[in-house]
Design a protein around this ligand. Structure first.
Ligand code: CIR
Length: 253
């Protein structure tokens, strides 16, 4: 269960954030409104949400999930693989000192973005991607082991982050699309298959028994409801234009 979340208001330069999507430029006012609705959904799941101020120097800084891995025992600040995002970690580290007494940091040449990290109890699957390298994953695993948790690597193709293609919904249920459906590393999970035309919805967010689902993906929403979860649909279309999913917009702990 989570008690808190950290989010960060999108800055006006978010419209120039990194992207591979061909969906056009985000509308800033709409993004702000969607971000508010996202916060309300987290609050509806019982979380106390801390909202950090926008930081104009970092267009992608609203995607806070990439900057830290939060565990019950410690926070691990990442070193984002995208150079334009490296400086985002300072404000996050500063904010986390209010909540954590144990804070570790990934150091170069290691790079990690925590969108590549899937938490399953005390085990953490780490995607090796363009943003997370083997050196970063090795540092991450040694920090996890220091605090009596475990980690293992998963190789990725064609997706930005591991959690672009999979989400853990607890109770052994793994939402997955495309190549992730048959991945050996995930063969012991009960796989809920997201259809190719709804692949963006493979990034959902379990929060205390409820699942936040991006609006506009009715088959995935129904599949999750049929699996026994209440869902809340949240429109994040302006963040999708920057390759961002629901999970990227918060850190839960
Ligand atoms: C980026 O490319 O870094 C941002 N535009 C999107 C980051 C999305 N984060 C995530 O999937 N965890």
């Amino acid at each position: 269960m989570f008690a808190k979340a950290l989010v960060k208001t999108p800055c006006t330069y978010m419209i120039h954030g990194l992207t591979t999507a061909n969906l056009g430029q985000p509308d800033y006012e709409k993004a702000l409104q969607q971000h508010d609705e996202y916060i309300q959904a987290l609050q509806a799941c019982g979380l106390e949400v801390t909202i950090l101020e926008a930081e104009e120097n970092y267009p992608d800084s609203t995607f806070v999930e990439d900057t830290a891995l939060l565990t019950p025992q410690c926070a691990i600040i990442t070193n984002p693989g995208a150079e334009s995002r490296r400086g985002e970690t300072a404000a996050i580290k500063n904010a986390l000192t209010d909540f954590y007494s144990h804070i570790e940091s990934i150091e170069p040449p290691g790079t990690v973005e925590a969108g590549d990290i899937l938490m399953v109890g005390s085990h953490f699957f780490i995607g090796i991607s363009k943003r997370t390298n083997p050196a970063g994953a090795a540092q991450m695993i040694s920090f996890l082991e220091k605090y009596r948790m475990t980690g293992s690597c998963v190789t990725l193709e064609k997706v930005l982050h591991l959690k672009t293609g999979v989400s853990y919904l607890e109770n052994n249920n793994l939402l997955a699309c495309g190549k992730f459906i048959d991945k050996d590393e995930f063969k012991n999970f009960n796989i809920l298959q997201v259809e190719a035309d709804e692949s963006y919805a493979a990034n959902c967010l379990w929060v205390n028994g409820t699942v936040l689902v991006p609006a506009g993906f009715p088959k995935t929403n129904k599949m999750i409801e049929d699996a026994g979860y209440p869902t809340i649909e949240v429109d994040v279309s302006e963040f999708q234009k920057l390759d961002g999913g629901l999970s990227c917009l918060s850190l839960r702990f």
